[in-house]
Unconditional design. Structure first.
Length: 616
């Protein structure tokens, strides 16, 4: 609560107290009016302003009409008291909302304040927005890394908790990537900037969190539509309640008008309008704290309805760190010549398999001698080296080029190599399943996921072995990128009504599938622009168990929001009936509006204290 509101509350309360003590009724009316205006001027101001804009039905309008009417019929203390308690309730709500926002902003406090840029050997403190790509910055112990870059000097431990939710610091050394938002714990780091501030990891995450509320969940859209019809309806009912009974059955007009005014105060939809968006905001913030960036309330809600989860294999279920485990040359070729041909073919590729072959070759390659390089999507690579046309890829590539090969049965990914149209041999490369993949798949099934599916461009036998070890229900192998999209579309067509399909990929080559799924989940994609753009949920580490946590948080959020809807509508329904019957006065109306709103807000804040170990 800000200082002006405190002064307003104290002044209004003192004047109201003085009015209650006065004996002169003529003066008392004016003192009550003064108290009423001090406490309720902001409500009246907003009501008038909204009326001029054509917005007739909102909580300010309801409160102004109800309390103004109470004043007209001589209920001076009640009119002023309703404004007093309404202001108290609003102040508590503002404090609760502010605390939740502050808690989330503290968790995501990754916006850097400055950057130490090196200019002519001197350090200058500048705004991060002014630093350009290629500039050299220095990060001292205890400072946030202001921009993404590559460490060129120094070693340290980095606190990545605000980004990834990991409590264990990461080591950083020369040639490692440094992400903005991490805190440098000990050593001095010299970093070459690779992204300007607006494209850095910290800026992207801040933007995602700040704009998450713009994508509303169905429950939020329901409340917006509900309020549009609900408020005019209760105003109409209040008008009928004030006019029809005395016209049809006789009785005191003042009594029925009083009932109608009580009816209006009770009917304010504050509890729903405030607590439901706050609930989704808290859910998104809690997920962010635990290493899962959810881009909006609609995606948080969609996590509740997941029925099928489709996984990419490499980099998602497996580590994506390959090693050459077998070299099988064809007659006329040697291990060394086969490995050299393969390394030349993969010299320009950034694929993990290519990197493993280059690592095994461990020699410098004269890239100037390589010409006509091309990547053949879903098949492999082709290059000409010293006049020799080299092909390296899967069996489909050999078949496409009409090269007869000797099928290799080694356990792992097989790269077949050909030189000048002649089969040169096969290199077998193995990947390793991530330690938490088995645990995560089991936990997802425990959370009610009906079917798990694995899509991969890898060999069918390798895919089946991986799926069996992970207890995955269905596997589709040897798929090209376009075939993965088609398979996801086929699975979506088979979905039950109201259920959703999620695709989890490593975010590098899976952008089309991430975009096509009901919920696209990028795994371990922190710092990957393609993943952050294409995915709906970004898991900020390589841990698949973060997805389980996100689903648990989504279910906790829905449960508390449903509680608030049922509680608010239930209490208001009871008090609306009591108000119409004359059994509830203005004091009860204050509880039915402000009291219920405050309780709903406090209940929504419970989402932030979720214990993931206890959520079922």
């Amino acid at each position: 609560m800000i200082k002006k509101e405190i002064i307003q509350l104290i002044a209004g309360t003192l004047v109201l107290g003085a009015a209650l003590l006065l004996r002169d009724s003529d003066i008392q009316v004016y003192v009550f009016l003064t108290s009423y205006l001090i406490l309720g001027w902001k409500v009246i101001y907003h009501a008038v302003r909204n009326l001029l804009r054509g917005d007739f039905f909102n909580e300010n309008f309801l409160m102004s009409v109800a309390t103004g009417g109470a004043f007209i019929i001589g209920e001076y203390p009640e009119a002023a008291a309703v404004m007093l308690f309404y202001l108290v309730g609003e102040s508590f709500q503002d404090m609760a909302v502010h605390r939740s926002r502050k808690s989330i902003s503290d968790l995501m406090d990754i916006r850097p304040d400055f950057a130490n840029i090196r200019v002519n050997g001197e350090l200058q403190r500048v705004a991060p927005e002014t630093v350009q790509m290629g500039d050299i910055i220095v990060v001292k112990p205890g400072e946030k890394i202001p921009l993404d870059g590559v460490i060129i000097e120094g070693e340290s431990m980095l606190d990545t908790k605000a980004l990834t939710g990991e409590s264990v610091p990461r080591s950083a050394k020369p040639s490692d990537t440094a992400l903005s938002g991490c805190i440098n714990l000990n050593g001095v780091l010299t970093i070459k900037v690779t992204k300007i501030f607006g494209e850095s990891t910290a800026a992207k995450i801040i933007d995602l969190v700040e704009n998450a509320s713009s994508k509303k969940a169905p429950a939020e859209n329901f409340i917006t539509a509900f309020s549009r019809y609900y408020t005019p309806a209760v105003v109409g009912l209040a008008a009928l309640l004030a006019v029809l009974p005395p016209l049809l059955f006789g009785g005191e007009w003042a009594d029925w008008i009083h009932r109608a005014l009580v009816f209006l105060v009770i009917s304010c939809p504050c509890a729903l309008v405030i607590s439901i968006p706050l609930g989704f905001f808290c859910g998104i913030g809690t997920a962010s704290r635990n290493g899962a960036l959810v881009k909006g309330g609609n995606y948080l809600e969609a996590l509740n309805n997941l029925d099928v989860i489709v996984f990419d294999k490499t980099g998602t279920l497996t580590k994506g760190v390959f090693d050459v485990t077998g070299i099988y040359p064809a007659p006329g070729f040697t291990n060394d010549s086969l490995l050299e041909y393969a390394a030349q073919a993969e010299a320009f590729s950034n694929h993990p398999i290519a990197k493993s072959i280059l690592k095994a070759y461990a020699k410098d390659i004269d890239k100037g001698a390589l010409t006509d390089y091309q990547e053949i999507s879903g098949h492999g690579t082709c290059v000409t080296a010293n006049g020799v046309k080299i092909l390296a890829g899967n069996g489909k590539l050999m078949q496409k080029e009409g090269i007869a090969l000797s099928e290799n049965t080694g356990a792992g990914t097989r790269v077949y190599v050909a030189a000048n149209g002649k089969y040169a041999g096969c290199i077998v490369i193995s990947d390793e399943i991530k330690p938490d993949s088995v645990r995560a798949i089991a936990a997802l099934k425990k959370q009610g996921i009906k079917k798990t599916v694995m899509l991969t461009g890898d060999d069918q036998r390798i895919a089946e072995e991986t799926a069996k070890e992970l207890s995955i229900d269905e596997v589709h192998a040897q798929l090209l990128p376009g075939e993965k999209v088609a398979k996801v579309e086929e699975l979506i067509a088979q979905q039950r009504a109201g259920k959703k399909l999620a695709f989890a990929g490593d975010g590098i080559n899976d952008a089309p599938v991430l975009a096509r799924a009901d919920v696209g989940i990028a795994m371990g994609a922190l710092g990957s622009d393609a993943a952050i753009e294409a995915a709906d949920v970004v898991l900020m580490t390589d841990e698949l168990t973060k997805l389980v946590d996100a689903i648990k948080i989504a279910r906790r959020t829905r449960r508390i929001i449903v509680q608030n809807i049922v509680f608010a509508l239930g209490v208001k329904g009871v008090f609306l009936v009591l108000g119409a019957l004359g059994a509830a006065g203005m004091w009860e109306a204050v509880f039915a509006d402000t009291g219920v709103s405050l309780l709903a807000v406090l209940n929504a804040l419970r989402i932030m204290r979720v214990n993931l170990q206890s959520v079922r």
